[in-house]
Ligand binder design. Structure first.
Ligand code: 3PG
Length: 307
């Protein structure tokens, strides 16, 4: 089978070598499309692919339509909002992600962002420490749990909100379950977002929640830009001159935010949460193994679209 690795933002070379080895051992051929700049390049490359490995690359209906032989797509990562699940399901194409494989890298970045904002974006002046501060984790999944553990190690108090995780599980791990999102925002110096971009979450973080935060509150977004209501974020930052926003996924209006709010906002130049050698290895190799196993045994563990 032909396995296309299409990564606009490439994996580290060692991860690509690992993917090649796993696929070759399974009797498959790997074709690499890296740093592509136009959709047309992906449409062309996917035409004879049996399997596809992507990162945040957009697998739209048009891409699926162009992929006449495609049987499986694996998103090497957690969020699969970049893949048109309906188009894949209609064609009987299996879609998987690789949950947990890059979580540690993202969790470390979330903590780093908190420190960066607490230290005036590493410019001169008096900053503050994380120890003794309270962080609210919005969604206690793979990344959220790691952020919680690391925050506790730094002496932070940790609260979490996740309607899908039992409160007892959080308590057992030394995390205070928040009864409501509103309560969590009202009490926490930092809110760290770990929700996926879905119909329910898109635009869900806005003025009401943000302006509940205590003085100096900072929203940390290593999740998705789409979960933010950008107009309301801008208004919250304007009305509450103490609030801060740090993100790994620049807002559509980021240039405006930077200009208006200076050091109170920061966005990484390109999403870097999962940009570590370790995360590339973990997620890339997991994706390759899942494809090889699917072709060998039909195993659909980690399938995220309807069967
Ligand atoms: C994910 O959903 O796994 C992260 O957002 C990482 O995305 P990336 O592979 O594009 O860096």
């Amino acid at each position: 089978m032909k396995i296309l690795v299409a990564t606009e933002k490439p994996f580290a070379a060692a991860a690509v070598n690992g993917i090649r080895e796993i696929c070759r051992a399974g009797g498959h051929e790997v074709v690499l499309l890296e740093k592509y700049t136009e959709k047309g390049q992906l449409l062309k490359s996917v035409a004879d692919a049996d399997a596809l490995i992507v990162r945040s690359d957009k697998v739209t209906r048009e891409v699926v339509d162009a992929a006449g032989r495609l049987k499986i797509v694996v998103r090497a990562g957690a969020g699969y909002d970049n893949i048109c699940l309906d188009a894949c399901t209609e064609r009987g194409i299996v879609v998987m992600n690789t949950p947990g494989q890059n979580s540690n890298a993202v969790a470390e970045l979330a903590l780093a962002m908190m420190i960066y904002m607490s230290r005036n974006c590493f410019t001169p002046g008096t900053g503050s420490e994380l120890r003794g501060k309270k962080v609210g984790i919005q969604a206690y999944g793979n990344v959220g749990r790691l952020v919680a553990a690391k925050a506790k190690a730094l002496g932070m108090e940790v609260m979490a909100f996740d309607p899908f995780v039992p409160a007892e599980k959080m308590s057992e791990e030394g995390v205070t379950p928040a009864e409501t999102l509103e309560k969590m925002y009202s009490e926490c110096n930092f809110i760290s977002l770990h929700i996926p971009a879905t119909a329910e979450t898109r635009g869900s973080i806005g003025y009401d929640l943000l302006t509940r935060m205590p003085a100096g509150g900072c929203l940390v977004n290593t999740a998705r830009k789409e979960v933010i209501n950008e107009a309301e974020l801008e208004k919250a930052l304007a009305d509450r001159t103490d609030l801060k926003y740090v993100t790994d996924i620049a807002a559509d209006c980021q240039a405006e935010l930077n200009e208006k709010f200076g050091k109170r906002v920061f966005a990484t130049p390109k999403k870097m949460g999962a940009e570590t050698a370790e995360a590339n290895m973990n997620a890339g190799l997991a994706a390759a193994r899942q494809i090889v196993e699917y072709f060998a045994t039909g195993c659909t563990r980690f399938q995220v679209n309807a069967k």
